[in-house]
Design a protein around this ligand. Structure first.
Ligand SMILES: [Zn+2]
Length: 429
């Protein structure tokens, strides 16, 4: 068996072929003998009659030979099939070794997760030993790799010749990089970076998709051999960041009046506001605490903002059942909170004043001023300048009709947009 480890895969194939033919002939011969043994047992009574005759001893002899034949056959079968296994083994190793040596990008997934079948017997020649070593330790210069300590994905230039574009889908915390190059498949679903949780390559586009747990920004750098995509905190990339908080959502409808839900009006205005920042040239990066109709914990809203943003604005609608004639814009703020971690220093009161004037002006609505409030969780837990805009009263029939109108919603967003830009301009940084 030791010789199975010598020579090339082609030699294994030849040996396996000859051994298989030999085993076939032996098999056919012994099958016939086996059959004779069966006939012998079935005719046991007749055997007793025969026992004094010479033919009995001949049959006994044939039975012993048959038994021996079965034992020999079993051994031959093992000998014949083992070289076949060795051939598959050899091919797997050759394939893998070639891939890693030539820098072919075809089989990274395989080398990552399906190691070649290990040989059970020690290599008997130096050539085989060298081959085994190369396979066990791939040429990592040509491998895609992820370093969780620096949060960096390294892509060899043999795979990507240029990274062409980056598309941020903050709503799904998914970041897509289009590139020129080839890679058949490479993906990792459980990366343990602070930001990066999974990476996949799609050779058809081709593109790299990175999924994260947190809002993330990326630094793309390169040297002679590699591209590096490093996940960083948005604060390290963007000079100014606003967090837009659409009130309520999901199971929490907020106020419900005249067939309208507060959560729906809030998200419509918030998305308009988000798009103004996205499409405009304010130089302010916007994120949202929710991007669609989903339930978001009230404490998570300020917490997410504290980790990412410079200012926080929450969008709501008001109600006052006792007097349905009341209408207009109200802005709440927490006078106690200090901006402990914000890069921009402006008092909550001044931020609220800026929003109040701007939103009211844009909507041509009744200005109900600013109100200090110590109780609102989203304001009480914000460690950056924060304000909550009640765009109008849902209990006022005329104002509710406006609040549900996309044009009015767009104007409310425009007002908030101008107020936020003003606040950033006014703040000390
Ligand atoms: Zn509300």
């Amino acid at each position: 068996m030791a010789d199975c480890n010598e020579g090339t895969a082609q030699e294994y194939r030849q040996r396996a072929l000859f051994s298989t033919i030999g085993a076939d002939l032996v098999l056919r011969f012994f099958v016939i003998l086996k059959k004779l043994l069966e006939i012998l047992i079935i005719n046991l009574f007749r055997l007793i009659v025969l026992i004094r005759k010479r033919v009995f001893y001949i049959l006994i002899f044939l039975a012993v030979v048959s038994l021996a034949a079965v034992i020999i056959y079993e051994n031959v079968k093992v000998a014949a099939t083992t070289p076949v296994l060795a051939e598959i083994d050899g091919d797997a190793m050759t394939l893998n070794t070639e891939n890693t040596r030539s820098g072919d990008t075809g089989d990274y997934y395989k080398s990552e997760t399906v190691p070649p079948i290990a040989r059970t017997e020690p290599a008997t020649t130096s050539e085989t030993a060298a081959e085994a070593t190369t396979t066990a330790k791939p040429d990592d210069k040509n491998d895609i790799s992820f370093d969780s300590s620096t949060e960096t994905l390294r892509i060899p230039k043999g795979i990507a010749s240029v990274i062409e574009s980056q598309e941020d889908d903050d709503a799904n915390k998914t970041y897509v990089f289009a590139y020129k190059g080839t890679v058949n498949s490479w993906q990792s679903d459980s990366l343990n970076g602070e930001f990066i949780k999974s990476v996949s390559f799609d050779a058809d586009k081709p593109k790299i998709t990175i999924k994260t747990d947190k809002f993330s920004a990326f630094d793309i750098t390169e040297d002679n051999e590699n591209f590096y995509i490093k996940a960083i905190s948005p604060r390290l990339k963007y000079d100014k960041i606003i967090m837009i908080d659409p009130g309520h959502g999901g199971d929490d409808y907020g106020a419900i009046h005249g067939g309208e839900n507060e959560k729906d009006i809030a998200i419509d205005i918030a998305i308009d506001l988000y798009n103004l920042f996205k499409d405009g040239n304010s130089g302010i990066k916007a994120y949202m605490t929710r991007y669609d109709d989903e339930t978001v914990d009230i404490y998570d809203r300020p917490e997410t903002s504290n980790s990412v943003a410079d200012m926080f604005v929450s969008i709501h609608c008001n109600t006052f059942e006792d007097d349905t004639t009341i209408h207009g814009v109200t802005v709440y703020y927490d006078p106690d909170m200090t901006n402990e971690i914000g890069r921009f220093q402006i008092s909550n009161k001044n931020f609220a004043l800026s929003l109040s004037a701007s939103v009211t002006g844009e909507l041509n609505a009744n200005n109900r001023g600013i109100i200090d409030d110590y109780e609102l969780v989203v304001l009480d837990h914000a460690l950056i300048p924060a304000a909550l805009v009640e765009v109008g009263y849902m209990t006022n029939a005329a104002e509710l009709k406006k609040l549900a109108d996309p044009d009015y919603q767009q104007s409310a967003a425009k007002g908030a947009y101008n107020g936020i830009i003003e606040a950033f301009d006014e703040a000390d940084s």
